[in-house]
Design a protein around this ligand. Sequence first.
Ligand code: GLV
Ligand code: MN
Ligand code: MN
Length: 400
Amino acid sequence: MWAELLPVGRSSASGGYRRYAWTGADADCRAWFRQQAEARGLAYEVDRNGNQWAWLGDPAAGNAVVTGSHLDSVPDGGAFDGPLGVVSAFAALDELRGRGARLTRPLGIVNFGDEEGARFGLACVGSRLTAGALTVEQAHRLTDGDGVTLPQAMEAAGYDPEGIGPDPERLARIGAFVELHVEQGRALDLSGDRVGIASAIWPHGRWRFDFRGEANHAGTTRLADRRDPMPSYAETVLAARREAELAGAVATFGKIAVEPNGVNAIPSLVRGWLDSRAADQASLDTVVTAIEKAAREYAAAHGVDLTVERESFTPVVEFDHALRDELALILSSDTELRVPVLGTGAGHDAGILSGRVPTAMLFVRNPTGVSHSPAEHATEDDCVAGVSALADVLEGLART
Ligand code: GLV
Ligand code: MN
Ligand code: MN
């Protein structure tokens, strides 16, 4: 499975993945998913929001156990964030069949669309739409960097955007959702464990800062006459770092757009996107409020106009305690395996679904902790341990 997926959407220049929603690389990933489902004799379907499903047993029977993740990537992402959960899902099913496991509940494998939000700026669009956490009107307003709207992109990829929206009937069939994911940090590496169980996801969001000044000649405009938005943006980046440190949070300006983007032109606009996350809501509020306040002061000092817009927000997610304990109990039968419980600052479809469905996550050790980068890695032995743990969990849940 890895060998087939590895070349899809990979940039030869960076070695990273560019699998953005509703592009050719995304279509290739989706074709791969369908082929994996059909090769295993699973019932394949695409839901109204473009998420792909593969079923063993009849989902209409209800109380299904579902696993899976996503296949899209951030710009120049790694091979594991997302695909590890989907590959492991199919591999765990193979393992269960090899064991001759008897499952009394339907088993589903899902590939959620557009988890990273790399193209339209909002993460987890497929699961948000399904869970009703994104309205159809909001989804219609999502636009990529080239001005293509989400419905236009879906249509161009051969999907009907008319049907998008909440899918409560589909969610009502799911009794438990378990997403396996590469760890995006070093907790397991430091504790010396292959596999962990998620406790919670930090509250997180994305804010767009538009610093508007006046375009002018870089050679002839006196410094005193400039309304240059770049210095106030730069000072805001430093403020973000400082405020995050003070609050024990994280804050990142990882994307920037400059107009007119000419070497010899003072910019008219600097647009920077802030991603900020913290262990609790109060700390996140403190950080973002402080960054915005600093940005307004810097902008005023440079005669620059500033608007700040929150583009997305996900509150803290505390995964279902009963399901988490059940996973720990199932995995405790393997005396070789110690399975710590850990929190994460990364967002996941599991976090979106957790408000609607009992949800849990398994993490697989990442020896460097690096993620959202071509250097993201997990060893084959640890991936195998992840598949085995996922198979145990699915079997344990689907028997009860
Ligand atoms: C998704 O991986 C995110 O945490 O932004
Ligand atoms: Mn990611
Ligand atoms: Mn992911």
